[in-house]
Structures are given as C-alpha cells and as structure tokens.
Write a protein of this length. Structure first.
Length: 382
C-alpha cells in the first residue's frame, strides 16, 4: 500500500523529485503588483493594497469588514482582546489544533479549557461542549458564564476548522449564545470552505484567517480578522495599529495596542492570490478526487468534507488503522521524497498545556494516533 501511494502522488504531481506538503503557487499578477508597490514606495502598513486586499477577502467570504494583520496568530490574539478576554479568564477550545490557537489564549493571561472533537469534522464537538457547559458552568447575576470548579469566568470559545473542514458552527453558536460566551472561529485553514451555504466564520462573532506560506493563498506571512459588527471592526483596526488616535502629526495612544498591521508588500501579494483563489479551489478538489479514487481502490479511509459542507481541502488526510501503520507510512513516504506528516500532538499532551482542564478526549486521542497529511498543493496544468 505504501509503494502504491507514493506512485499515486508522483503521478498526480508528475515528478519523482521531492514533493512538499503544500507549496505556494504564483500564477498571476503577483510580480506586477509587488513591483507596483515598490515603485510607489509605500511598502509598509500604509498603501492601497492593504485596503484592496481586505475588500477582496470580505467580499469573497461575505463579511462586512476585514482587518489585515501580520499573521494568523496576531489575528487570534487581537480577536481575543476584542472578546474581552483578560488574565485569569478561561477560553474553551479543542486540544486537536495547531499550537497558535492555544498560544494566543495564553498571551491574554487566560487559560485554555479543552473539549473533545468530532471524528466527522475533526473540529470542536458540540456535544462535548454542551456536556462541559451543562456540568461545569453557571450563569451568574453579572451575566457571565463561570466555571463552578475553577471559579474563573469563561469568556470565549474558539473552534478550529481543521484542514479546512468546517465545524458544526450552528450548534456551537446556539450553545455560546445560551451561555453568554463570545464565539471566535479559528478559520486559519478554511478560506474557501462553506457550511450550510455560508463561508466559514459567518456563524461567529469574529473569525480569523491565515495567509502563511503553506496556506491555500499566501501573503508570505499574514492574517485577517473578519466580522460583521462595525464597532468591533473599528476597534480591531485601532488596536492592531498601536491604538493610535487619528491625527495628522501627533502621537496619542488611548489604550495598549499592537503593531500588527499587514504591510502593503504582503497585501499586494494577497490581492494577486485572491484573483487566483477560485481556480486554486477547483484544482485542489481535483487532487482530492484522485486521492479518493486511490483510497477506494486500496481500502484506506480518507478524511472527507462533513455533511452540509464544502471544504477547501487545504490539506488532504488519510485515517490509518493504528499508530504502527501510521508510523510505517510516514517513514516510507518521507523516505521516498513524498512529504507527509502526522497531525499535531494534542495540546493537552504538551508540557506547556498539560495543566489545563480537559474533558474526555477519546476522539482527539483516536485521531491523533491515526491521521497523516499528504501532499496537497495546487496541481499545475500539464
């Protein structure tokens, strides 16, 4: 099976040289817009491409407002500040996620609370969330949700769309509304993914994207906050530009802010990449279909988009039988120039976060022992 898979990947990408997990594609106006930015001399956070990039992403995703930042982690941090997360608060999230999700919570001085994921979506489980909220929390007279065990306020919930597969955000949203919890969707991996006909993030108070070099589109490094609330958007832009009050020449800052604004150079790249996004989505789905044909013939389970969803298939993933088979697959594929990797070590197993409260992690443990990601770059035209 291992040999057949390597041959499948080599046939898809037309080479026996090293095949990376997900490399960027620059097929359109990237060089043109970058040169235009250099010629303008506006290469930092002031320039026309920043606003143009925000507008394009907002229009594509269906949000009213978008605020570009230097990376996805900075967007997460800023969004948690917007949510009012403070030191000694708690934020509910999933353990099966990239470490940035947790790191941003702890930048605020808060603690993560881990609930389980679903096998069908790989994202935060509404059932696990419901069970935790019903058993461990209460709404007090101040209107906030409090953890009865720790005595800490639960201010936000951060589900993550793993590999671009949407969580069941409608059910999560209902629970957050009932308990007065701010819903922040980590959509870093899911640009171009839809759930019930809406782009990921639309069911949340705020959502964040990443444009790292390995994402479906890239600005080299970059992130974005998405929201529909005008006041939230104004404050997002304010705190990500050092909280400087508008004035033609004076420097007056009215709160602690962050130097998180995306430079114009990166935004120029993003504008060109957004022009290519529809084609990228189509070509990535074609790659997925080739993997699905292989998996069906070889009786290997492949992670597929959940019900009522259309995934961007940012990273394709196989679900192997056990850890032994997973490790054998990883060794063989990587030893034959086909990059593959396991899913992240769950956050509750990391030394830095093992002290955080966790619910039953049966699905998290099951998936973390079996999932491998396989090459998922946009296939170039023959």
């Amino acid at each position: 099976m291992f040999k057949d898979f390597v041959e499948c990947v080599q046939n898809i990408y037309g080479t026996k040289d090293f095949i990376p997990l997900h490399e960027p594609r620059f097929l359109g106006n990237e060089k043109k817009y970058l040169l235009d930015t250099i010629d303008s001399t506006f290469v930092s956070s002031v320039g026309e491409y920043v606003g143009a990039f925000e507008k394009k992403v907002a229009e594509f995703t269906g949000f009213n407002y978008a605020v570009a930042t230097v990376n996805g982690t900075s967007a997460l941090h800023a969004a948690l500040v917007l949510a009012g997360v403070e030191p000694d608060d708690e934020v509910i999230t999933q353990s099966l996620t990239f470490v940035a999700t947790c790191n941003a919570i702890h930048y605020c001085g808060a603690e993560a609370v881990f609930v389980d994921v679903e096998r069908s979506t790989l994202g935060l489980s509404p059932v696990s969330l419901r069970d935790f909220l019903e058993e461990y929390t209460e709404i007090r007279d101040d209107g906030f949700c409090w953890n009865k065990g720790s005595g800490k306020r639960i201010k936000a919930c951060v589900p993550m769309n793993t590999f671009g597969h949407p969580v069941r955000i409608d059910l999560i949203r209902a629970l957050c509304l009932k308990h007065g919890v701010f819903l922040l969707e980590d959509a870093a991996e899911s640009l171009g993914s839809f759930y019930n006909g809406q782009h990921t993030g639309k069911g949340s108070d705020c959502a964040v994207l990443s444009f790292n070099g390995n994402k479906i589109i890239t600005t080299g490094g970059g992130g974005m906050l998405l929201m529909d609330d005008q006041d939230l958007a104004k404050r997002a832009k304010h705190i990500t530009t050092t909280a400087k009050k508008a004035h033609p020449y004076q420097f007056d800052h009215d709160e602690i802010g962050f130097n998180y604004r995306l430079p114009n150079l990166n935004a120029a790249l993003g504008v060109a990449q957004m022009e290519e996004l529809p084609g990228f989505l189509e070509k990535k789905r074609n790659v997925t279909e080739l993997y699905q044909d292989w998996s069906a013939k070889n009786d290997v389970e492949m992670i597929s988009e959940p019900d009522n969803a259309r995934s961007n298939y940012w990273l394709n993933a196989l679900l192997l039988e056990n850890t032994e088979q997973r490790d054998g697959f990883l060794e063989y594929a990587n030893g034959h120039n086909v990059m593959s990797r396991p899913i992240w070590v769950p956050m509750h197993r990391l030394k830095i976060y093992k002290h955080c409260f966790k619910t039953d992690m049966r699905n998290t443990e099951f998936l973390s022992e079996r999932i491998v990601n396989v090459p998922s770059s946009v296939k170039l035209d023959d």
